[in-house]
Ligand binder design. Sequence first.
Ligand code: F6P
Length: 366
Amino acid sequence: PVKLGILTSGGDAQGMNAAVRAVVRTAIRLGAQPYAIYEGYQGMIDGGDGIKKFDWDSVGSIMHRGGTLIGTFRSKEFRERAGRLKAAANLIEHGIDHLVVIGGDGSLSGLDLFRQEWASLLEELASDGRITREQAAAHPTLMIAGLVGSIDNDLVGTDMTIGADTALHRIVDAIDDLASTAASHQRSFVVEVMGRHCGYLALMASVAGGCDYCLIPENPPADGWEEKMCAELKRGRDAGRRDSIVIVAEGAQDRAGNPISSEYVRSTLEERLGEDARVTILGHVQRGGTPSAYDRWASTWLGHEAAKEVLAATTNSPGMVMALRGNRVTGTDLMEAVQDTRKVPELIAAGDFDAAMALRGGSFTE
Ligand code: F6P
């Protein structure tokens, strides 16, 4: 049978297990033999126990669990050709020439590079005698499919990435919790949320949590924003509101590109409004715990389509990322999605905030 490897890479995200389960079971249904590759690309480089045959039961009772059961890693070695050579040799040893990777834009662009280099990697391995000419000839092409696993929801071309919905639930739960203690003391809370260069989690959590002010990288505030923020909060207080919450995306910045820290926001509220203000940095709690129902079913659907896509790929297929768009799973050119994603910070730096927001796509731009 065709041998299909699956790995999770980069930051873990809730829903990755459901995706792995769906890829494994769909592959089996379609007559392929799945292999789990542990610790992301590093497991592929290290070989040995890092590459394991999976059967139907290997992925039983994992859908409701957080994180990724097959481990993840941000592999520096895979960024070098020497690392990719080792990885290719280990795949050939197992006869694996189909790969599904669940990760963020860095992991997915690494996957596409690996696909492009595949023939030359095999040629080098064969001429060094590390694999036979027959082995190289039996696996002329690497078939790939990507899935976007990241709580940040930062990949252009997809409405929701695996893990973003659960992370949003974590944040909104925390906002609800903080609101009661804030109201008791008539305090202001500055809540810092993850997202790297993307403000999706911050913006959506602000709306869902009924917060007072929000700072995101895609919409850097103009000079004098501190005054505007303070006026907003004061309006709430004057109207009798006992708690105020400001959400700061970890990538928030001003128009000159200087980071806006949650501590700066806190001291501004304290100094200008005389507020008793506190900072809560939610951190990795946002990536932890059981996946939401959405992340379970969406990841199952995505995993199913990714396995079908990669097993139907022909030698001419470009690398595809399977993504949710308008409540449908669609295949998008992987490198186009990655390149568009990388354009967003460039547009922000150039001051074209509308174009940056428009590229993010999906519900984020509404
Ligand atoms: O990409 C997911 C993410 O959680 C980001 O939101 C955050 O900036 C980063 O990963 C944290 O990385 P690490 O887990 O390596 O500290």
